[in-house]
Design a protein around this ligand. Structure first.
Ligand SMILES: [Zn+2]
Ligand SMILES: [Zn+2]
Length: 273
């Protein structure tokens, strides 16, 4: 059984209460478990309300107590924040809610919070958090680590990371890279081409590259410490005679890629580095 206090901590870490509440940072696996657990813990009346004046906190407290869980004020506040954001941004809620938030992007930060954008860029060394491409060489985009529908735009940027637009679109609306199930269907996605090169459908390519980068956030060559903060990370095969199934992929930095074939987002083919 997942710990309800830890779920609220992970969301508070990403700014569910408006600013980051420090705790042990969650890894990808824990983030996915927490994001799923929220929908088990929240009472349906908190998500689909027939009036804007429904008192949500007592509903949440009653639901958690009915599950035999002890709750404190931080837990109920976090869950209320998630329920409010979800309600205000649902098709149903937009008509009733007094306040309808709008998802922010890089242009909004440029116009209204340039200091935050500068800080995010510096924290990431001016590179995409997944693939390490320098922002001067790509279109930078604002990724909401926990989906916007659940947390929104905490003003201190606790829920933000900067990604190249291609990594961001490969991530899409997934709660977590562990949900990209299509990568496991690889055997139907390999298509023979006329010239004999291996060709995969673009969707699988995008997912394989994104998931591999999200799970292995550094160069996998033994002893190498390169990350997306100081190098471009590429996805290549472990065994060059093997096919491009997910399990046969690994991550290498610019110093170790040595001309190997790599996955690229904007193509349906592998390319040489
Ligand atoms: Zn990227
Ligand atoms: Zn390396």
């Amino acid at each position: 059984m997942i710990n309800v206090k830890r779920v609220s901590e992970v969301f508070a870490y990403h700014g569910a209460l408006g600013e980051r509440i420090p705790t042990t940072p969650p890894n990808e696996r824990e983030r996915m478990r927490c994001a799923r657990a929220v929908f088990y813990f929240l009472p349906v009346q908190a998500l689909r309300r027939n009036s804007v004046d429904v008192l949500v906190k007592p509903l949440i407290r009653a639901r958690l107590e009915s599950l035999g869980l002890s709750v404190n004020d931080q837990v109920t506040s976090v869950f209320k924040g998630i329920a409010d954001q979800y309600f205000q941004t649902s098709r149903f809620g937009r008509e009733l809610a007094r306040y309808c938030p709008r998802k922010l992007g890089v242009p909004d930060l440029k116009a209204g919070n340039m200091n935050l954008l500068r800080r995010l860029r510096e924290e990431q060394n001016h590179r995409c958090a997944y693939c390490g491409i320098l922002f001067v060489n790509c279109t930078e985009s604002l990724d909401h680590v926990i989906p916007w529908r659940l947390i929104g735009d905490p003003p201190d940027g606790s829920n933000y990371q900067l990604l190249c637009s291609e990594c961001n679109s490969a991530k899409g609306d997934l709660l977590s890279c562990y949900q990209a199930q299509s990568i496991h269907n690889w055997m139907y996605s390999i298509v023979d081409s006329v010239d004999g090169s291996r060709v995969l459908r673009m969707e699988e390519f995008r997912h394989i590259k994104y998931v591999r980068l999200a799970l292995s956030s550094k160069c996998q060559v033994h002893g190498c410490t390169a990350t997306s903060r100081n190098s471009i990370l590429s996805v290549t095969r472990i065994d060059k005679e093997g096919v491009w199934c997910f399990k046969n992929t690994t991550v290498k930095c610019a110093d170790h890629i040595n001309g190997d074939e790599v996955l690229v987002y904007n193509s349906d083919r592998v390319q040489s580095a």
